[in-house]
Design a protein around this ligand. Structure first.
Ligand SMILES: *Cc1c(COP(=O)(O)O)cnc(C)c1O
Length: 389
């Protein structure tokens, strides 16, 4: 017997069911807080840890499961967790793997909010956070203490661009039972195969190349080991760090063009970097594909491409006021954080205070090479050099 519905109830309930069998290329955007169960038994058998069942919107929908599976596949991993930002993904790793009394090692050139998170853990959570020379390689073994649980790596550092020796760091860490996490944002999971080099956890800021639109914030954690995945999944769940369906869709939409865009950023960035190297205004070009960059030989051994992000050190004769004038004079390059979108960006850094150990002379300016014509970007920089004097 059908229940007779009043107009108001009909506005809430419908018996219409769209026909089955609809097919199209885009993944459907499943918006949901509540997930419906067909019976009490189905509800009781659901488990948020098993991604083959749906329990609550926070723990996943077909949209987010699909993005997770695709990212795991791209990185040659098995499991993936999505977080509302790259920084949230970093925080999940720390909260999952560190407790009071533990020790974490971070590279001195780490993404600055990761560095600052280490300071907070040290200040309020009874965890020691120590910063190591990113070029330390196997020497990291001597820094590992009995209570060291985690080593962060970043390849390369996203401001000063040093390329770490990941196989050497992973070997030294694993010999002592320590886990290694890699921030693989610069390579978009394409140009550096982290698991092959030995890392245990790969973190990516999908905010950058995967989205490609400068319009999404999202992060991912990718692993191969089920026990490690379970630890990360628990922190992810306890902290409630799910992602929105529309954002997941935007990242899914970016994936088919990811490598084409990445290769285009790479080619243009190398062209602009090579031109900058020929200029008298520039002291050093910190692009891993150029010999000036600390860790260049490691880049050549371990990478098969480069991101569109690199930095320069101006010749030491230029003051900060002058290099600020240079940045202000750029027209195609806009001033802003983040990177990986179609628009070129430029950012001056006061790097000294960000580092335990920074000796190089000259003002540091970072470029994100977008998808504009490289010759137009070079012309823009040349005009801004003239405005700096
Ligand atoms: C942007 C970035 C992050 C953080 O990503 P958000 O989504 O902006 O929080 C982490 N690591 C690196 C190297 C980044 O460039």
């Amino acid at each position: 017997m059908t229940i007779k519905k009043s107009l108001q109830t009909a506005l809430v309930h419908t018996s219409y069911k769209a026909p089955e069998g609809f097919a199209a290329f885009p993944m459907a955007i499943h918006h949901a807080s509540t997930v419906l169960f067909s019976s009490v038994e189905a509800m009781r058998s659901g488990n948020w840890k098993e991604k083959n069942a749906y329990t609550y919107g926070l723990h996943g929908t077909p949209t987010t499961f699909t993005l997770e599976a695709r990212l795991a596949e791209i990185e040659d991993g098995k499991y993936c967790l999505l977080a509302p930002s790259g920084l949230a993904a970093i925080a999940i790793v720390d909260f999952a793997l560190l407790k009071t009394g533990d020790d974490v090692l971070l590279p001195d050139n780490a993404y600055n909010p990761n560095r600052e998170l280490g300071k907070w853990l040290a200040q309020d959570f009874g965890i020691t956070a120590r910063y190591y020379d990113p070029l330390i390689g196997a020497g990291i073994g001597a820094l590992i203490l009995p209570n060291t649980k985690l080593i962060w790596t970043e390849a390369p550092g996203s401001v000063s661009m040093e390329v770490p020796d990941l196989p050497a760091i992973c070997q030294a860490a694993h010999d002592r039972g320590v886990l290694v996490a890699l921030d693989n944002t610069w390579s978009a999971g394409l140009a550096l195969r982290g698991f092959r080099l030995g890392v245990d956890i790969i973190m990516q800021a999908l905010t950058k190349y995967q989205s490609g639109g400068s319009d999404v914030l999202m992060g991912a954690l990718i692993t191969r080991d089920s026990e490690l995945q379970a630890r990360l999944a628990q922190a992810h769940m306890r902290l409630g760090l799910g992602v929105g369906a529309d954002d997941a869709y935007l990242v899914l939409r970016g994936l088919p063009t990811l490598k084409l865009r990445f290769d285009a950023h790479d080619a243009s960035a190398r062209k602009v970097a090579a031109w900058l190297k020929s200029r008298p205004e520039i002291g050093k070009v910190l692009h891993p594909a150029l010999a000036d960059c600390p860790g260049h030989a490691t880049w050549k051994r371990d990478f098969d491409g480069a991101g569109g992000l690199f930095s320069v050190l101006f010749d030491a004769r230029y003051s900060e006021a002058q290099t600020d004038r240079f940045v202000d004079a750029l027209r195609l390059f806009k001033i802003g954080y983040s990177w990986g979108g179609a628009n070129s960006l430029c950012m001056p850094y006061r790097i000294g205070p960000m580092r335990q150990n920074w000796q190089a002379a000259g003002q540091l300016v970072r470029f994100n090479i977008g998808l504009e014509d490289a010759n137009d970007l070079i012309a823009d920089i040349e005009l801004a050099f003239a405005a700096m004097l």
